[in-house]
Design a protein around this ligand. Structure first.
Ligand SMILES: *Cc1c(COP(=O)(O)O)cnc(C)c1O
Length: 482
């Protein structure tokens, strides 16, 4: 399997080369040259596999530069019931009306639980694998890597819990001082591992991102200190997410004749892009429902054909903060497929039109007109009031407390139910991570998993720093593992 850039660069690297790289040399994102097809017999065989072995089967189609026995061992080490809480890893829960609620049964709706890993958000699904892949590949090359990142909460904690204690890896994670939820702060700052560095920046999330960009733009510093990233455009993260679309489908159906739809709370288009890849591989997905919050860049595109990125000032701070994005960094992958894999055209749109005008318009394009039908995408958005109403309603009718992002997914899923087609809403975080809004909706705190009891009282290790690029460079230089 070889990989190509969405912007047409001629290089064709293999999996392990793009594992440790970020963008392609032309600024594009990597995608496989073709999508392997999963036929009926294969899908039937996969039905009986445990999650780790299913992950191995899916990854094997995309990875041919790690020996099969090693890849299988990595998958089995990653996806254990100890780490993810259940044998299914991504258990499906049917939303049943409570016996005494007097409600009619809904169209078949399920929650697919992606949030039972170490940090209680779906990013663990991919990041836990990435940690093990990085450790394996760095050891094989005799190299080290210093990961520099910016987080508003979920990505940073998932990365830290995936990389803690790993040989050859050091993490420098910036976050906006005092702005993450109390639970998120406790999760990250209570880590005492020597290879984890929490840096709270006096500023907002954009200041953190700008600092990371400034450090990465210094090619000499980056090379000298072996700086890498784990952001959502990494192909290995995306392919790890493809697995749970298969696992969800397999749990919800008993025959390959059946179709399901997925509703996906979306920000950077990483999660739902994995659904797109699964569908391109032949998984019988009826619709991919893209659910955004008030930052509705993606909903606007699927409704109108206009992709219009927002300025930092136009990006709203919402109660589903992990979806507060100004642009959807994985979206270029879908546009590449939508436009028949025309690299030069994608380069024109993303490197030129977007930079110059902040938007592009595909509404008059024949490819866009058929997009929903050909690729299964539909969309919708949700507001703070919708979120509160959905959290209350889901609690009252089904006895299930959902987090704010998942609530956005349920709200938009309801607008796209198709008779006879099960709707799987991806549960992207547990409610305890965003307790304040749950209290606002329900008047009480959400349940806290036993292993996190008292986490907010643990000692903390965090350095507070001004938004000063030279200061963070000096800190990295002193603590990097090279
Ligand atoms: C990251 C995140 C999302 C958005 O996922 P994308 O891949 O960026 O679309 C949704 N919900 C939660 C809880 C998240 O952490």
């Amino acid at each position: 399997m070889r990989y190509c850039s969405t912007r047409g660069h001629p290089a064709r690297p293999r999996f392990c080369d793009i594992l440790l790289a970020g963008l392609a040399p032309d600024g594009g994102l990597y995608l496989p040259e073709t999508y392997p097809q999963v036929d009926d017999a294969t899908l039937t065989r996969w039905r009986s596999l445990p999650y780790a072995d299913l992950a191995f089967e899916v990854l094997s189609l995309y990875v041919d530069d790690i020996p099969a026995a090693d890849l299988l061992a990595i998958c089995r080490k990653t996806y254990t019931s100890e780490v993810f809480g259940t044998a299914q890893i991504v258990p499906l829960r049917r939303l049943h009306p409570l016996a005494d609620s007097g409600q009619e049964p809904q169209a078949l709706m399920y929650l697919e639980g992606l949030s039972n890993g170490p940090t209680l958000a779906f990013k663990d699904m991919a990041m836990q694998l990435l940690g093990n892949l990085f450790e394996y590949e760095l050891a094989r090359r005799g190299e080290t890597l210093n990961i520099l990142g910016a987080t508003s909460g979920d990505t940073g904690s998932a990365a830290e819990y995936a990389m803690r204690g790993k040989r050859g890896l050091t993490v420098f994670m910036t976050s906006p001082h005092g702005r993450m939820s109390p639970f998120q702060q406790a999760q990250m700052f209570s880590l005492m591992d020597a290879n984890i560095h929490n840096i709270a920046i006096e500023g907002v999330f954009d200041d953190c991102q700008d600092m990371v960009k400034a450090v990465s733009a210094d090619a000499d510093f980056k090379r000298r200190n072996r700086i890498g990233t784990v952001n959502s455009i990494n192909w290995a993260r995306l392919v790890a997410q493809v697995v749970y679309y298969f696992a969800g489908y397999i749990q919800a159906t008993s025959s390959n004749e059946e179709q399901v739809s997925f509703a996906v709370p979306s920000g950077n288009f990483g999660n739902v892009c994995a659904g797109h890849v699964a569908r391109m591989m032949g998984l019988p997905i009826h619709q991919l429902v893209v659910a955004t919050n008030e930052n509705d860049v993606l909903d606007e595109f699927f409704r109108s054909g206009v992709y219009r990125v927002r300025s930092a000032a136009d990006t709203r701070e919402t109660s589903s903060p992990s979806m507060d994005i100004s642009k959807a960094s994985n979206f270029e992958r879908f546009v590449f497929d939508l436009l028949g894999r025309d690299g030069p055209r994608v380069a024109q749109l993303f490197a030129s039109d977007l930079a110059r005008h902040g938007c592009f318009d595909l509404s008059a394009d024949a490819a866009f007109a058929g997009a929903a039908r050909r690729f299964g995408f539909v969309s919708g958005s949700s507001t703070h009031a919708d979120r509160l109403a959905t959290i209350r309603d889901t609690d009252a009718r089904f006895g299930v407390v959902v987090d704010t992002h998942t609530a956005d997914g349920i709200k938009v899923a309801r607008e796209h139910l198709t008779p006879g087609v099960p709707m799987l809403v991806l549960e992207t975080a547990l409610p305890i991570k965003f307790a304040q809004t749950i209290v606002e909706a329900l008047g009480h705190s959400p349940p806290c998993p036993a292993r996190f009891a008292g986490i907010e009282d643990l000692p903390r290790r965090v350095l507070v720093m001004p938004a000063d690029v030279n200061a963070i460079k000096a800190y990295i230089e002193r603590h990097s593992n090279v």
